[in-house]
Design a protein around this ligand. Structure first.
Ligand code: PLP
Length: 420
């Protein structure tokens, strides 16, 4: 019989758009002993996390809690709870994750209308608003920070237009929340999902979300009106007047509300250790302060870009809509992109990301998210990338990259910006 060794993972410097390095404080919190899911000690933690999530999302919404599952589970929960077969949904697509939104909407029977722009660009908000007025969807579903292209879609005017037109706006802010401003109430966002393994530096496995009473009303009306199966609870209580047709038990947000809210009706068993992790991740965000955190992400992004450009590399995508937490680098001609990534990993223990679809083989993506977004990592990735590119025979400006980043770090010290 094979003997299996203790877990012994290499220490990595993770500069991808997720999963990123987990803050050691979060790892420690995860080894906290388990308590039962209805133990007051635990329901207190659940309430704290809801309050902390409202702070993260800058919202006064009543409902803010995590779905147990990776980020897409939160997206699916919101969409499947709201979409009824035949509902019109508008999905403006500017990268890979717009296609994910489309697919989920289609699976739940929506009539999906898409609009697309070139990868590396975002939409003029006016164009989206025109399309909303023309199609008159029940829902507009859109990505905020597109990890696949490193672009960020402005949403403030789209949100206002959706509210004026009585359209629900549901947003995938998985890659942006906690790294750059996401103002749920100010931008009139009705439902939104964040990511743990991105800018919160918590492991993958939970999807924090929030939604307002407009969404709650739609879900509530569905439960009342439609005929279909009865819930577990109805069956146990022999009440059959409630016939939800939300086609998922796990993702039915009305049932999740009854679990997270004061009724505390049993649904799933909350993922105890992940909730400890999320709580600690959010506590770190609150201690640092949202504004300081956003400034820190911009600051290290600036040093990274300065270094890459001084090296002679060029960035992919329109800079005016760049997502501060993901930097896309055009791969120099004639280089084997996977060989570069492999050498970075094998020789330096650094991971950067490749890319999808039309950008495959054309760009590398460097994440600077959460705990991974710090000076030593930026300098390390710049130095290592230079060394690896030299070994691959790429003609770069030797010695310039690190100097340019140091210029930022030495001449504009972070202490003035970050009060951590
Ligand atoms: C990472 C990511 C997702 C998917 O997250 P999972 O945790 O892998 O389910 C969705 N949307 C965006 C924008 C992302 O960056």
């Amino acid at each position: 019989m094979t003997t299996y060794t203790d877990l012994n993972t290499p220490l990595r410097t993770i500069m991808t758009p997720g999963p990123v390095e987990v803050d050691p404080r979060v790892l420690r919190a995860m080894s906290t002993p388990i308590v039962g899911q209805f133990d007051p000690a635990f329901t207190h933690i659940m309430n704290e996390v809801m309050e902390m999530l409202r702070h993260l999302f800058e919202t006064k919404n009543k409902w803010a809690f995590p779905i147990d599952g990776t980020s897409r589970s939160g997206i699916e929960a919101l969409l499947c709870s709201v979409i009824e077969p035949g509902d019109k949904v508008l999905v403006p697509i500017f990268g890979r994750f717009g296609h994910l939104l489309t697919e989920i909407c289609e699976r739940y029977g929506a009539e999906v209308h898409t609009m697309e722009c070139r990868w590396g660009e975002v939409f003029d908000q006016e164009d989206v608003i025109k399309e909303i007025k023309r199609i008159q969807p029940k829902i507009t579903a859109i990505v905020h920070g597109e990890t696949s292209t490193g672009c960020m879609q402005p949403l403030d005017q789209i949100g206002k237009a959706c509210r004026d037109q009585d359209v629900l706006l549901i947003v995938d802010a998985v890659a942006s929340t906690g790294g750059t401003p996401v103002k749920v109430d100010e931008w009139y966002i009705d439902g939104i999902v964040a990511g743990t393994q991105k800018c919160l530096s918590v492991p993958s496995g939970m999807a924090p979300l929030t939604y307002n009473d407009r969404i709650e009303k739609v879900v509530h009306a569905r439960k009342k009106v439609e005929r279909g199966i009865s819930t577990e609870e109805d069956r146990i209580n022999e009440q059959t007047n409630n016939h939800p047709t939300i086609k998922s038990n796990y993702f039915d947000i009305s049932m999740l509300q009854d679990y997270w809210g004061p009724r505390r009706l049993n649904h799933h068993t909350e993922a105890t250790s992940m909730l400890y992790a999320l709580r600690e991740g959010l506590r770190i965000v609150i201690e640092e302060g949202l504004e300081n955190r956003f400034t820190r992400h911009k600051y290290h992004e600036k040093a990274l870009i300065a270094g890459l450009e001084a090296m002679g590399l060029s960035l992919f995508g329109n800079r005016e809509c760049k997502l501060p937490t993901v930097t896309c680098v055009s791969i120099p001609n004639g280089v084997d992109p996977e060989s570069v990534r492999r050498m970075l990993l094998q020789q330096f223990g650094i991971e950067i990301a490749s890319s999808f679809g039309p950008l495959q083989g054309k760009i590398w993506r460097i994440g600077s998210m959460g705990y991974s977004c710090r000076k030593e990592n930026i300098l390390f990735v710049l130095g290592a990338l230079e060394a690896v590119l030299i070994r691959h025979g790429v003609d770069i400006n030797i010695g310039k990259g690190l100097q340019a980043a140091l210029e930022v770090y030495i001449n504009q010290p972070a202490t003035a910006l970050v009060t951590q």
